[in-house]
Design a binder for this molecule. Structure first.
Ligand SMILES: C=C(O[C@@H]1C=C(C(=O)O)C=C[C@H]1O)C(=O)O
Length: 384
């Protein structure tokens, strides 16, 4: 049931925050409590997963709930458990800045522990560059992880507010997942949205750091648009999405040239797909799963790149580089790529960031790219 109170956030702040899901775009914010079920079937078991979703919605209809919703996350490795929370009520309202002033004291950091060392990351980049010569691989996205320990236990909704305030154009989310953890982030990348028979996808690949100097940003943006290495990284993603989305559409168009998308800490090459779905096309989650994992977060070809990642990264990505979003019982929904994110438990948060490696990548530059990407989260929780 869709409630309309614009003060809903002040009501739910008193709820157990590990039960509430939040998903915000630049236009609207969605809050849901009253979680009635969590579907954990891995997305690799697609038939069972879809049966579970249909059953959950059907049983809510029987109880008189007219407009149930699911909000959740699918891990990078789709053989691992999903975390799809089904809700009987939610609030969708225009996105608005939160009034509460949050000071950086709230987020004082006690400790940072590297899970991936700079050396490990750079050695993996070297191995990837060799794999391009020896195996038929063209792109591999490699990532690092960092654990942050805050002085105080962190209420997830306060963190979500801070992320929303600092990243007004991002898709911001706070989703309860397995083992009492909350997945929090501000992703710039729309994997797929479906509203009626309209689909949109906005892949990003090819990146540069954004600074406070607008002149420098313009220079970096121009370099990015001219860089053949970054355009290669981008093209792999666009080609792959075009291939996987086209069969579902009777009409599909893509922006002519990649344009620049700016986030709080990065500049990215960005392309926009808009399409009209064929009659009887799959729902938003299934369409998004047909695209996952794109070469923006995995590589090309997908299977070889995924195996390389699973063998060479020294940690489990879990939800990072998976998908996160919502879907209603009509199959409408928005699913974004789970990046610029972390996994929160009490006063500890595990952060992640990656970069696409192609022929000609430089290990040092790629490491710095991942460090800049970590700033979306770290910057949001430092002095405001
Ligand atoms: C993997 C991440 O970002 C992805 C990789 C990008 C790149 O390599 O240029 C750009 C945007 C994202 O698709 C991340 O932020 O952790």
């Amino acid at each position: 049931m869709q409630k309309s109170s614009s003060r809903f956030i002040s009501d739910i702040i008193h709820f157990d925050q590990n039960e509430v899901s939040v998903f915000a775009t630049s236009e609207h914010q969605l809050f849901a409590l009253d979680c009635v079920a969590t579907i954990t079937t891995p997305a690799s078991q697609r038939v069972t997963l879809n049966q579970k979703i249909d059953q959950a919605f059907a049983s809510l209809y029987e109880q008189g709930v007219k407009d149930p919703i699911l909000i959740g996350a699918i891990p990078f490795d789709n053989t691992k458990n999903s975390a799809l929370n089904v809700y009987s009520s939610y609030v969708k309202e225009p996105r608005d800045a939160f009034i509460e002033q949050i000071t950086s004291d709230n987020f004082a950091i006690k400790n940072k522990t590297r899970i991936t060392s700079e050396t490990h990351f750079k050695n993996s980049v070297s191995s990837a560059l060799s794999a391009f010569d020896q195996l038929a691989i063209e792109k591999i996205v490699l990532s690092q992880s960092l654990e942050v320990e805050f002085e105080h236990s962190q209420p997830p909704l306060r963190m979500a507010r801070q992320l929303m305030n600092k990243n007004p154009h991002a898709y911001t989310f706070a989703i309860p997942v397995a083992n009492g953890h909350v997945l929090l982030g501000a992703s710039p990348e729309l994997l797929l949205s479906r509203h009626g028979n309209q689909v949109v996808s906005n892949p990003l690949a090819g990146s540069a750091r954004r600074t406070n100097d607008e002149q420098l940003n313009s220079k970096h943006a121009a370099n990015l648009q001219q860089s053949s290495k970054d355009n290669d990284e981008h093209r792999f993603v666009v080609d792959n999405i075009a291939r996987n989305l086209a069969p579902h559409c009777c009409h599909l168009s893509i922006s002519e040239q990649p344009h620049i998308l700016e986030t709080s800490s990065m500049l990215h090459l960005s392309s926009i797909f808009t399409g009209q779905l064929r009659q009887g096309a799959a729902n938003a989650l299934n369409l998004a799963l047909d695209l996952h994992p794109t070469p923006a977060v995995c590589g090309t070809p997908t299977d070889l790149a995924k195996n390389f990642i699973l063998e060479n990264e020294n940690y489990d990505r879990q939800y990072y580089t998976g998908l996160v979003g919502w879907m209603d019982s009509k199959g409408n929904g928005e699913w974004v790529v789970t990046i610029r994110c972390g996994l929160l438990f009490d006063n500890r948060m595990t952060l992640y960031a990656g970069a696409g490696i192609v022929k000609g990548s430089d290990a040092d530059a790629e490491w710095h790219e991942t460090e800049s990407k970590l700033q979306t989260i770290l910057g949001a929780f430092s002095a405001s």
